[in-house]
Design a protein around this ligand. Structure first.
Ligand code: ARG
Length: 554
């Protein structure tokens, strides 16, 4: 609709117009669109008032029902019935496919997401990566790409040498079985404490990792067990938030794929020695990228180089995305630059998608010593709170625990996704679970409300639209904007576009619901039911794109 109006204006405008120039006034009384003419005054040597009057007098389009020139603005009113007449049948027919596009043409996009470290707690940062990465995958899929979600598990590196050493010295098998991550984390912390007094422990740790890298079977068996136990714990979280992966190839997977990369760096003359270690020097102002330590052990970056090349060969991606916190920006810039220096032109398709911290009372929620926030407990607490709210407000609800899970988990997801990912976000369960304000439950509740109308009356395909009132119109306008929101969210890899959109649509619908008697007016009943059904379709799809469920009753 915006494009049509813009085109109509362009044919009569003396200036070249761009999409952003056409505004949507917050108050619809001023029109559905407004074109401010102030920027043209200088070039045209006319007052904005005159320019606006001239454009207003000339513009014509079947979608425009009224034009006004007011104080240098061209205010345009859209033919509501014409828009509704095509939009509602489109949404009803396309259903969940409304807003989908083939923009991506089936191109593969690999998404590196979640990627927790075994034997360590699943952190708030890993939650953000999982939730944001999953939503980006859904958005890309809706735009015609083929996402590949890769969980690049942190299961390799010198720390595992330390962990093996600690376990051999102080570990108890039964304790690991009982509470794997907690026990392994304690062992790891103890290792660091004891190594302060006895630095030779560090050498033992290094040797243990070397043995692991060289394929020592006893070391490998132990490591494999730590990994299996850790993954079991992570899986419980993935099940709760409903996220799946296409690959769990973690850092260890690249153990035998690094040597060829190191060789290639060597052959291309990129590898230089620095204090006994091997590095690749980068552009001015960038620290060199460490490839091999002096003892020959590989590093995080070496594994990421091997992984990037492997992914290009295996998936032939059009884009390769890494959803990892802000603090790793330097690392990804380095990896990208090394690939570039190696002559891989696809290095430019690598995109680091950074995000901020989750804070509690303004401080980072930490997983350090003693202060572990166990994510699974946080999720369960959210579900319990949601359950409590249901018991208070709607005790006779069917499938209570299913709904509580959808709402509790959804509240956490939504509060994460509603702000731009680069911002730090404050974690407050009570607030995010409220059914008022910009929350997940608010959107879910609007969806359930709309469903309650449909339970009383089914939509029919035959409806005639007589006149569109202001409340209906606000809702229709929101519905019309869904495809653009989907497109922008995917282009900017930004789920907050959809979260904000969902709030706007829920608000518009709630005011429609509060002011219009949907079922009591016989003449308009069928059209209003159809409109309600469109809202259900689009709210549900918006929530799905955020990785959330949409209960039919709440
Ligand atoms: N395991 C890492 C961490 O917890 C994140 C890995 C991100 N992905 C990657 N390909 N480097 O910090």
């Amino acid at each position: 609709m915006k494009k049509d109006i813009l085109q109509a204006l362009q044919t009569v405008s003396p200036m070249q117009l761009e999409e952003h120039m056409l505004e949507r006034p917050a108050n619809s009384k001023l029109g559905d669109f407004a074109l401010p003419c102030f920027p043209f005054a200088k070039t045209l040597r006319k007052s904005p008032v005159t320019i606006a009057e001239e454009i207003a007098a000339a513009v014509k389009h079947p979608l425009i029902s009224k034009v006004e020139a007011v104080n240098g603005y061209v205010n345009l009113f859209v033919n509501r019935k014409a828009v509704a007449d095509t939009l509602l049948p489109t949404v009803l027919e396309q259903c969940a496919n409304y807003g989908s596009s083939n923009e991506g043409n089936g191109g593969v996009v690999t998404i590196d997401l979640s990627s927790p470290n075994i034997a360590k707690p699943f952190s708030m940062g890993h939650l953000r990566s999982t939730v944001i990465g999953n939503s980006i995958a859904l958005l890309l899929e809706k735009n015609g790409y083929q996402p590949m979600k890769i969980n690049h598990i942190g299961d390799w590196g010198t720390q595992f040498g330390k962990l093996l050493t600690a376990y051999r010295k102080w570990g108890i098998e039964e304790e690991v079985r009982q509470a794997p991550i907690e026990t392994l984390l304690k062992l790891y912390i103890r290792f660091h404490e004891e190594a302060e007094a006895d630095p030779s422990l560090n050498d033992e740790g290094r040797a243990a990792f070397k043995a692991l890298e060289d394929g020592n079977s006893e070391a490998l068996a132990l490591w494999d067990w730590f990994k299996t136990e850790s993954l079991k714990e992570f899986q419980r979280i993935y099940d709760l938030i409903g996220v799946t992966f296409d690959s769990y190839n973690g850092e260890a997977y690249y153990n035998d794929k690094m040597e060829p990369v190191v060789q290639e760096l060597e052959d291309k003359g990129l590898l230089v020695e620095s204090d006994g270690a091997m590095v690749v020097e980068l552009e001015e102002g960038m620290p060199p990228c460490l490839i091999k330590k002096s003892d020959g052990a590989t590093l995080y970056a070496t594994r990421d180089l091997a992984a990037a090349i492997y992914r290009k060969n295996k998936y032939d991606f059009v884009k390769s995305i890494y959803v990892v916190g802000n603090e790793q920006s330097l690392h990804f810039t380095q990896v990208k630059q090394v690939l570039c220096k190696m002559g891989h032109d696809w290095a430019s398709d690598i995109v680091h998608v950074p995000f901020g911290l989750i804070l509690q009372d303004g401080k980072k929620m930490s997983t350090r010593k003693g202060k572990i926030v166990l994510l699974e407990e946080v999720l369960k607490e959210a579900i319990e709170l949601a359950q409590k709210n249901i018991e208070e407000k709607n005790p006779t609800l069917a499938k209570k625990s299913e709904v509580a899970e959808a709402v509790g988990v959804g509240a956490i997801l939504f509060s994460d996704l509603k702000q731009h990912r680069k911002h730090d976000i404050e974690f407050d369960l009570e607030t995010m679970l409220q059914t008022e304000g910009e929350t997940g439950p608010y959107v879910q509740y609007a969806h359930a409300r709309a469903n309650s109308i449909l339970r009383k009356a089914k939509a029919t395909n035959t409806f005639a639209i007589d006149e569109v009132n202001d409340h209906e119109w606000e809702t229709i306008k929101q519905l019309e904007q869904f495809p653009q929101a989907v497109k922008r969210a995917a282009e900017e890899l930004d789920p907050s576009v959809i979260a904000k959109y969902a709030i706007d649509l829920a608000q518009a619908f709630n005011s429609f619901y509060g002011n219009v008697q949907v079922l009591s007016d016989e003449t308009n009943k069928h059209y209003r039911i159809a409109l309600t059904e469109c809202v259900v379709i689009v709210l549900k799809e918006s929530l799905r794109l955020l990785g959330m469920k949409a209960p039919e009753e709440m």
